[in-house]
Write a protein that binds this ligand. Structure first.
Ligand code: ZN
Length: 313
């Protein structure tokens, strides 16, 4: 992932973060403003009248139905025992660190006693990296597949690279081509096979109809409807020459997996892909990445540890 940024787009420093969010109260006030920009709205009955309780932290009570709502209820922070400011600091670190970090690194940075807590925090925040309302790719779009090695050991890796890989999984990717032959936004997904419906399904979910799709000559792509489609035979020419950007994305993805996580784990590969896509698509807007992450975090349906583990399986 490119680590350079322009001067006016530098991510906020840790000092700036501390000034903006000195304590849990500041975080709660920020969340309140994000959730209820026009004032409190009861999630139960929709009433706009209520009051903040003195006795319960960051909690509002609806005047009409009496329901009490915590500012974190129904957000990515739902039911968490981790202090708000720790959540915010984790979000700041993930949003501003150009490569992100492993649960082990996050645990150390936050000074958390438990690896499990750091792991869960990270996975919940990763879910907030996939905006459910994101728009599809558009225009000229390169699509290709790649093989990603993964490791299967369940225990956290404590250090040392070069672990032998335990298996391989197939990933499909798409990248928008912008003017001046620059890469735009990307999408990545794990796929079970190379069959037509699988590959075309990915394109239909992620690329707007009418776009121009560039692929290799794999037969599964043929008969793609609703798009312009150019399939090029890659014979003597290397694939990275014919479709340079999707291959750049794949090689960055693999390097990132090795560098930050000492290799991906199969079980959570889709979550890692979501994080990679978030980082790539916001690589020029570090400044807003924090607000974006919290913004999605207050919208998505919260998941428990069990659900996260089940979804990954
Ligand atoms: Zn109500």
């Amino acid at each position: 992932m490119p680590a350079r940024w322009k001067k006016d787009n530098r991510p906020p420093s840790l000092q700036q973060f501390k000034e903006r969010f000195p304590d849990d109260h500041a975080c709660a006030a920020y969340l309140e403003a994000r959730r209820w920009p026009n004032g409190f709205v009861c999630p139960s009955c929709g009433s706009c009248t209520g009051w903040r309780l003195e006795t319960k932290r960051w909690t509002w009570e609806c005047r009409d139905c009496g329901r009490q709502t915590s500012v974190t209820a129904g957000t990515v922070m739902h039911g968490s025992h981790v202090p708000l400011r720790t959540w915010f600091l984790a979000t700041h670190l993930l949003a501003t660190h150009s490569n992100g970090m492993s649960a082990l690194q996050l645990q150390a940075k936050l000074g958390l006693g438990s690896y499990k807590t750091a792991w869960l925090l990270l996975h919940k925040l990763r879910r907030a990296m996939v905006d459910p309302g994101r728009s599809t790719l558009f225009g000229d779009v390169e699509v290709d597949e790649t093989i990603i090695p993964f490791r299967t050991l369940d225990d956290p890796v404590v250090g040392g690279q070069g672990r032998s890989h335990d298996g391989k999984i197939t990933v499909i990717g798409a990248v928008e081509l912008l003017e001046g032959n620059k890469p735009g936004r990307i999408r990545l997904e794990v796929i079970p096979d190379y069959k037509g419906p699988t590959l075309k399904g990915f394109i239909e979910r992620n690329v707007e109809r009418g776009s121009h799709i560039w692929t290799d000559a794999l037969a599964s792509y043929s008969g793609l409807r609703g798009y312009q489609h150019t399939a090029r035979t890659i014979k003597n020419m290397a694939a990275h020459v014919v479709m340079p950007w999707i291959h750049r994305v794949f090689s960055n993805l693999k390097r990132w997996g090795l560098g930050v996580f000492h290799g991906f784990r199969e079980k959570y590969l889709n979550a890692y892909l979501g994080e990679f896509v978030f980082r790539w698509n916001r690589r020029r807007s570090y400044k807003s990445a924090f607000d974006r992450l919290i913004g999605i975090g207050v919208m998505i349906i919260p998941a428990t540890r069990t659900e996260i583990m089940k979804q990954a399986a």
